[in-house]
Write a protein that binds this ligand. Structure first.
Ligand SMILES: *Cc1c(COP(=O)(O)O)cnc(C)c1O
Length: 338
């Protein structure tokens, strides 16, 4: 019951992605509480499996992580060195000359990395900014230099090759370890792997890593079951009316738990084993109503996320991506870690 998180599956996914990039070390991206699955459980398990480089978005995530990982685990902060931030024991990924100079002034000799922008225009130094500080930055010995691909989940997108060429042009002569690929980049092949790869979503069972083992199962408890006559309505807005005499189960999660309201009337189902039971009416804050008329017997719980309906199927139905499905899952579920 509740949210079941399969840690051995995370480790298997990490090993499978690492095996696709045998020339590189494989880090693990555990930002946003390991995509909502619990960084304090996921990261130590990955450490025990040999992972030594971790990435989070913000320094406070890194500080929370620090206590759960031995000293030789490197915790890299993608937002870099923001004003007034305590970065003791952390590695900022410096995104601008201003961050570089602030960091060197505040933490002389401290471990740091550099992020370059190669076309995504989100984070990182532009080519001209990098050219201006490059000699000084290299003299300070960055742990690695990285960039990020905008379209790695679309292998034929021309931006991939363009970003690769830009990254090479900015870093080929640097003599510093390099990192370009997240999950999608790993799957683009060896040209994209360099020295360090940074998988996130693939560890947690999401596309574009189609061979990933599923990591999450979400089972919702049936609170109540009722008979509804043909023509009666169910739920807010009376958006659904029974077309036949029906049996409706009400289960204990809703949009406050990350079951996106956009899933209402989307064709989403809850599963009793292989049997699909359509969600009917609108998703409420704490409740969902499900048509269980065709089940011979109503079980104690029905699954929203399961092998029959993986996160990317839910994402398609809700008009979003697997990343948002995972990071929307909230703390209210009882969690079980395998
Ligand atoms: C989130 C993120 C990753 C991980 O990306 P996935 O697509 O989840 O594998 C890697 N690098 C950076 C800079 C990121 O922001």
């Amino acid at each position: 019951m509740g949210l079941q998180i399969d840690i051995p599956a995370v480790l298997a996914n990490h090993a499978a992605l690492a095996a696709k990039a045998p020339g590189a070390r494989a880090a693990a991206v555990v930002k946003a509480d390991a995509y909502g699955l619990g960084a304090t459980r996921v990261a130590p398990a990955l450490y025990a499996a040999g992972v030594r480089e971790f990435f989070v978005a913000l320094a406070h995530e890194g500080r929370a992580m620090r206590a759960h990982l031995p000293e030789d685990a490197q915790i890299n902060i993608l937002s870099g060195h923001m004003e007034g931030e305590d970065l003791a024991g952390l590695t900022p990924v410096l995104n601008s000359p201003a961050q570089f100079f602030r960091d060197r002034a505040m933490r002389p000799g401290g471990r740091f990395a550099i992020q370059l922008d190669t076309g995504m225009n989100r984070l990182g130094m532009e080519a001209a900014e990098w050219a201006a500080i490059r000699d000084e930055a290299l003299a300070a010995r960055p742990a690695f230099i990285m960039s990020h691909l905008a379209c790695a989940d679309e292998p034929d997108h021309p931006a991939n090759a363009a970003q690769l060429a830009a990254f090479r042009a900015m870093t080929d002569e640097c003599g510093v370890p390099r990192s370009l690929a997240a999950t999608g980049g790993i799957l683009l092949g060896p040209d994209y792997h360099f020295d360090l790869v940074r998988p996130g979503i693939g560890l947690y069972g999401g596309l574009p890593f189609a061979q990933a083992q599923p990591v999450v199962r979400l089972s919702l408890r049936v609170i109540q079951t009722r008979d509804v006559k043909a023509g009666e309505m169910v739920g807010y807005g009376a958006s659904w009316h029974a077309s036949r005499d029906s049996r409706i189960a009400t289960v204990d999660a809703g949009y406050a738990d990350g079951v996106l309201r956009a899933l209402s009337s989307s064709g989403v189902s809850l599963f009793a084993g292989d049997a699909a039971c359509p969600v009917v009416g609108r998703v409420s804050m704490d409740l969902i109503t499900v048509d269980v008329t065709d089940l011979p017997e109503v079980p104690d719980a029905l699954d929203l996320i399961c092998p029959q309906q993986p996160i990317d199927r839910l994402a398609d139905l809700a008009g979003t991506i697997g990343y948002e499905i995972l990071t929307s899952l909230r703390q209210r579920y009882q969690r079980t870690y395998l």
